[in-house]
Design a binder for this molecule. Sequence first.
Ligand code: XMP
Length: 517
Amino acid sequence: KILILDFGSQFTQLIARRVREVGVYSEIHPWDMSEDALRAFAPAGIILSGGPESTIGDDAPVAPPLIYELGVPVLGICYGMQTMAAQLGGEVETSDHREFGYAQVRARGHTALLRDIEDHATPEGYGLLDVWMSHGDRVCTLPPGFNLMASTDSAPLAGMADEQRRFYGVQFHPEVTHTRQGTRILSRFVLDLCGCRALWNADSIIEDSIARVREKVGRDRVVLGLSGGVDSSVVAALLHQAIGDQLTCVFVDHGLLRLGESDQVMQTFARHMGVKVIRVDAQERFMSALQGEADPEAKRKIIGRLFIEIFDEEAGRITDARWLAQGTIYPDVIESAGSKTGKAHVIKSHHNVGGLPEDMKLGLVEPLRELFKDEVRKIGLELGLPSEMVYRHPFPGPGLGVRILGEVKQLYADLLRRADAIFIEELRRHELYDKVSQAFAVFLPVKAVGVMGDGRKYDYVVALRAVETIDFMTARWAHLPYEFLDLVSRRIVNEIDGITRVVYDVTGKPPGTIEWE
Ligand code: XMP
């Protein structure tokens, strides 16, 4: 397995994902990982990530010196290359020629890392690589033992290699897709230079997880809060394969799910897969708890608290349960260099073990703890979950509760569900669903005038929202075709008695948020 030491780059997770895509398991640890932990990890190779700092400062983060003594290949990327150079006797300077974005690198193809890897050949015999750069500092003197491996006009030392010790540094970012040969370079490093075998794939992940779950829980009973979202669904499918009837899922239907969603969950898990699912129809409890409450944060709290309360009641009835399963995934647990404040054990608030009765003393089972979202999806498909479920847009825990502005009422929820279903159905039919990251309808409890037949009619307004985003931190509104919006709008107004007007949200994030509350 490959160790990635994180110096705080926004791309560190991408390095880990690319390495895993090549078929090799990798883990991210902070740059100041202890020597004991390093030895215990026993990496076959080490990658040093980029980072926002300058190696020139006094408190510049440096890799543990031990990594250069383990006898395994090391690849430094951007800041990782600079810290390697500085630590091994080279020099780094702050450059006037900052480089951000696309660059072309002249590669000396004779190194084991870059041999035969190029986008264009030149008459001079260099390979040219189209890469993505982002740096201010640069290496200006190679450390002893290193040779030049790559250069650009503004960074004459854009790559270095010590073939004897198998230490490599690149100033560009092989992990981003804009570096076209990036995956080949990482693959060369982990497979050929580190000697790892490509054994990490959906089948082996499943097999391995099943074995570990069986070993951990033995003949005990396990409880899982199933929400219909990707993570808990994959956990359900995986645990069902691992331990069959020892798994009981509790599915709390708060009545704020999308059209037909509750039945779909039961259909997929209970009927098709034979998973034991207790469905709790709690619509009325949620509606009455929400009555009269218009404040978004208060609504979130009410829904969250009641959800845990009901889950606990049900789970408490399964008297011999010893374990609580959760859909925690790797990005939830990575202790990255950027945020070292105890992210290590996040318990998703919806399935909060702290809320369960004291005497239950449940242990935690988190079979997806080491997986990225794309890996979770892959094993979900492999386990037989429908792809619509696995590739579904994210849906907030409070559901339609935060998509009905102000007070939540049954009528509003019913109207919204139908409008949302039409929007999503048309997105799928026009093959636009997978092109946007999240799409939904929002209910506005104001009445606007419309003309229906001969009369004027005052009814509600629905807003459509569709965004494109990578990380949900920033987003742009999706430029859906006018004809498409026209069709959706006409269908909603014609088919849903109670809605007279449809609007489309053209606000980015920032300044807007994705949800309306
Ligand atoms: P915002 O609205 O903050 O949304 O731009 C970013 C992402 O988070 C989701 N979201 C929530 N998810 N509980 C959740 O589980 C919530 O209360 C909540 N609020 C927003 C939102 O759907 C989007 O994907």
